[in-house]
Design a binder for this molecule. Structure first.
Ligand code: ISL
Length: 555
């Protein structure tokens, strides 16, 4: 396959609710995004992945859609959307929409029809089941806590919802549902959008016998056995034939349980399904069966490297990787993977960027990551909005025996609202995000972590991202070079090599706040330093890597 545009691209994720408010209601919106597009152009990114802006009751911040062809008034109008899209295109930036089609809102017309009677033509758009022995049809628990089944008094059956009860799962077995999804994709592609990020696309195929499993501490069994992701592939191939093949798109599937083997199908370079998938092995390294993801502490570097190596080498020449440290569901990159203490934050944020951006795959930058934004110091649950966090707090304190303090420590490290506090544009108290009352608190560190302070400072985290993005655009070695992990046993240094047509590049990153010994591999004695990768102003020191140092050398 010849090079695809998205293989040389860097994607920037915009979480619209927290990006830029333009009307003072404390919630980001499309005119606000339009106003900030020149900032993104200056950063140099190629593509925006826009989290949902569709009509929605906002039970899960727009991941519960009530009309796929309308814009939520809180974000603006369809005209605002068209203006934003045209402005982005004018700046050479493509736009990828969030396609949330595993479920709809319970306020979507299809669901309202579906629940209105057992013989409504939309009944089979969703999964309806009779009670078993007067109870839920199975004992599985949903991603946001509680049963996956919700009782509907009107028609005397349960409906399936893997997420909140306001997010009923669509029945993809029904060809009419698939037709509807392909049609709405067509609607947006015909408007000129450049592709889709597909929410939990690995979950659309279920074991429709709805088995029960061994209950965990919450009394519910794991959702995992429900998912039959091997059956997703024919549907994605159908989607490719019916819609995607008619446009030049970038598609990225969110596939929680993806393995290298399944990703070879999803993201095959033959172009039969998607461009790439988000896998979650690295972000899952710290979870536990009892507490799920709510476990504090960093993973071991050897484990983190093993995951990246597995993906980089596993997909080589067969499928395409996506690369990310964070997104709207994850804590802030610098807080989670490096060190957000004031003395190390900038250095370690730049090191993380170097490490990720010089691997093979399409890198994703989550809004504010390019400024080194950090987690928020949540003291109690009153400042946390996310429905998942509130369920988790209950689970931790009631089912897992945690104290309030232990639960809050987990919130401060893991909860999704860490990523969702407003974008920090300037040093004023509301960070230039809004003139009103922001829907989530602004991190007080906006006083010194903000875009205004960084955009024109060549030593800033922003400028470091700018240089790495520019490097990818011009370097075939960065885009296509084969990855090889070096020093796999080191728990301090993440080092790897990229190789293409006799050219070689060494990348080395110190993940500690100590100086660590580092011997150059053979052949790099006279190598040339790659300026974009370096996070120290002074030239590198032979034999060592300084605290959180990142460097790259061309042999
Ligand atoms: O955020 C998570 C926390 O544990 C994930 O399990 C997340 O729910 C999963 O990755 C699916 O995420 C996507 O679908 C959800 C939505 O809440 C997330 O924001 C979205 O990224 C339901 O639509």
């Amino acid at each position: 396959m010849s090079e695809q545009w998205w293989q040389r691209a860097v994607v920037y994720q915009v979480y619209p609710k927290s990006f830029q408010d333009s009307d003072g209601d404390g919630i980001g919106d499309l005119p606000g995004l339009t106003r900030r597009l020149p900032y993104l152009a200056k950063l140099g990114i190629d593509v925006i992945w826009l989290s949902p802006v569709y009509a929605s009751p906002m039970d899960d911040n727009g991941y519960d859609i009530s009309d796929y062809r309308a814009i939520a008034p809180v974000f603006g109008t369809m005209e605002d959307f068209d203006t934003m899209l045209a402005t982005a295109h004018g700046l050479g930036i493509k736009l990828v929409m969030d396609l949330v089609a595993n479920h709809t809102s319970d306020e979507h017309r299809w669901f309202e029809e579906s629940r209105s009677s057992r013989d409504n033509p939309y009944r089979d758009y969703y999964y309806w089941r009779d009670p078993v022995d007067g109870h839920e049809p199975s004992n599985m628990g949903g991603v946001f806590g509680g049963s996956i089944w919700e009782w509907d008094e009107g028609t005397g059956q349960y409906y399936l919802h893997c997420f909140s009860k306001k997010q009923p799962d669509l029945n993809w077995e029904n060809p009419r549902v698939r037709d509807e999804v392909y049609d709405l994709m067509d609607f947006w592609l015909a408007k000129g959008v450049d592709g889709f990020r597909m929410d939990v696309i690995g979950m659309i195929a279920k074991d429709t016998s709805f088995p029960s499993g061994e209950p965990g501490p919450t009394g519910y069994s794991s959702l995992y056995p429900l998912i039959q992701d091997e059956r997703v592939h024919p549907w994605l191939q159908e989607m490719r034939q019916r819609v995607l093949s008619r446009y030049d798109t970038m598609t990225v599937g969110e596939v929680g349980g993806a393995t290298v083997e399944t990703a070879k199908k999803y993201a095959n370079l033959d172009g039969s399904e998607l461009s790439m998938v988000f896998q979650f092995e690295h972000v899952g390294l710290t979870g536990s069966p009892e507490r799920g993801k709510w476990v504090t502490g960093k993973p071991r570097l050897v484990d983190l490297k093993r995951v990246f190596e597995h993906w980089e080498t596993g997909l080589e020449g067969v499928a395409w990787n996506s690369l990310f440290w964070d997104n709207h569901d994850q804590p802030r990159a610098v807080s989670r993977w490096a060190n957000d203490a004031p003395e190390w934050r900038e250095l370690s944020a730049k090191m993380l960027a170097t490490c990720l951006h010089l691997m093979k795959g399409t890198p994703y930058v989550y809004q504010g990551e390019e400024l080194g934004m950090t987690n928020y110091p949540f003291e109690d649950m009153s400042l946390i909005d996310d429905l998942e966090a509130h369920d988790a707090y209950r689970m931790l304190t009631q089912d897992c025996g945690c104290t309030h303090e232990e639960a809050m420590a987990a919130m401060r490290e893991i909860c999704r609202d860490n990523a969702r506090t407003p974008m920090q544009w300037d040093a004023t108290p509301l960070a230039g995000f809004t003139t009103g009352s922001p829907w989530l608190p602004v991190n007080p560190n906006c006083a010194y972590i903000n875009a205004a302070a960084q955009v024109d400072d060549p030593t800033s985290v922003f400028a470091h991202y700018q240089r790495l993005i520019a490097l990818r655009h011009e370097s075939d070695l960065v885009v296509h070079g084969i990855f090889r992990l070096l020093m796999p046993e080191s728990d301090e240094v993440f080092a790897y090599e990229r190789a293409l047509d006799g050219k070689r590049m060494l990348v080395a990153c110190n993940f500690t706040e100590r100086e660590v010994p580092f011997a150059l591999p053979d052949g790099y004695e006279d190598a040339v330093a790659v300026a974009a990768a370096a996070n120290y102003a002074e030239p590198c020191v032979p034999g060592v890597l300084r605290p959180y140092e990142s460097l790259a050398l061309l042999a």
